[in-house]
Design a protein around this ligand. Structure first.
Ligand code: SF4
Length: 273
């Protein structure tokens, strides 16, 4: 029998993974949202949809067999410290302002973070680091992000993952990245009219941002600009790409990325918009 557990904020019981349209806070999908089952479906379903429907379709996508298996296994097995919680166990849609000035591009959701809470960078240490910085520079309404439905708002900012499902060892394959790419490319083409700054988290986010803006019809620099913390490049004639080391524990525990360094990048982003 499917185990139902209460959502930590609302108390409503959910199965893990969470069926679409059953009341999870900010679930963009409904029970009838079309599901992509392979790469061709992703391309077709990402074509010519608005942002709300794009989010919905992303959140039920099942195109990558390995990632579907992994995200759902993690959702059912659960980390011991979260054994009393339901896990989202679905892809993570972009989240934040619909017409953002700042777009943050990351790698993929964490198995026990976004894959548990259903919101990007929510419920893991990387997110704690990131949202605290965004709050300090005025781009987030509160410094913590533990659960969807907690009232947190991003200010003039949107976050997207390049690959929308949690991958084993945080390493999607090139084929999985390519299968997922129409989702981010469509999202970028929808938000591009307002975006002035893209903050790329890590080299993966940097490359994905350049690739996706190019696919959306923007001129990107040639040769490809080198990623680094604080690196800047111009996309088209008005979008500044900023590099930021990824706020993984590998970087924050070792001091490779400090709070001051993170704030400096996001302060620069806030200044540019
Ligand atoms: S990684 Fe992307 S394309 Fe693959 S199943 Fe997840 S959302 Fe779909």
């Amino acid at each position: 029998m499917t185990e139902l557990l209460p959502h930590p904020l609302t108390g409503q019981p959910f199965a893990s993974p969470v069926p679409a349209g059953t009341g999870w806070p900010d679930d963009p999908a409904a029970s009838g949202t079309p599901v992509a089952h392979d790469a061709d479906d992703v391309r077709r379903l990402a074509d010519e949809v608005d942002l709300a429907e794009l989010d919905a379709r992303v959140s039920v996508c099942s195109a990558c067999d390995r990632l579907v298996q992994w995200r759902e296994d993690v959702a059912r097995d659960k980390r011991a410290s979260f054994a009393d919680q339901p896990y989202w166990g679905r892809p993570i849609a972009g989240w934040g302002a619909e017409r953002p000035g700042v777009l943050i591009v990351g790698l993929a959701p964490a198995a026990n973070g976004g894959n548990r809470t259903g919101r990007i960078f929510t419920g893991d240490r990387s997110g704690d680091w990131l949202f605290a910085s965004l709050h300090r520079v005025g781009l987030a309404s509160q410094p913590t992000s533990e659960h969807a439905g907690d009232g947190l708002r991003l200010i003039d900012t949107r976050m997207v993952a390049t690959v929308r499902c949690a991958p084993p060892q945080n390493r999607p394959t090139t084929q999985e990245r390519n299968t997922c790419s129409p989702w981010i490319e469509r999202e970028i083409s929808l938000v591009a009219p307002s975006v002035r700054v893209v903050v790329a988290l890590g080299g993966y986010g940097w490359d994905a941002a350049l690739r996706s803006f190019k696919a959306a019809g923007f001129d990107v620099p040639r040769p490809k600009p080198k990623f680094g913390h604080g690196a800047e490049a111009l996309i088209g004639d008005r979008v500044t790409l900023l590099g930021c080391f990824h706020p993984s524990q590998q970087n924050t525990f070792t001091g490779k990325l400090t709070e001051e360094m993170t704030d400096a990048v996001f302060r620069r982003a806030a200044t540019l918009v």
